[in-house]
Write a protein that binds this ligand. Structure first.
Ligand code: CU
Length: 84
């Protein structure tokens, strides 16, 4: 199987706890071998075998309480209680 790495932009993450919420949800998706958040740029880098659909990633990010900007936003981003 081939491995695919995709980079997404996530809105609403402001601290390390936000980032870990997102990585925990995305890492739980089938086939994901790595999910890395870069907080200053708000990017999410996902490595999966085989490749994940963007919709699957968007659902995981939304479940965590954040918004994948490349996908339709249906929920307002809300930060975790550890910010600030
Ligand atoms: Cu936070």
């Amino acid at each position: 199987m081939s491995t695919s790495t995709s980079v997404y932009t996530v809105e609403g993450m402001t601290c390390g706890s936000c980032a870990s919420s997102v990585t925990t949800r995305v890492t739980a998706l089938p086939g994901v071998t790595s999910a890395v958040v870069d907080l200053p740029t708000g990017t999410l880098t996902v490595t999966a075998t085989p490749a994940l659909s963007e919709a699957a990633v968007a659902t995981a990010v939304t479940t965590a309480g954040y918004t994948l900007t490349a996908a339709p936003a249906t929920t307002k981003a809300a930060c975790c209680g550890s910010c600030g």
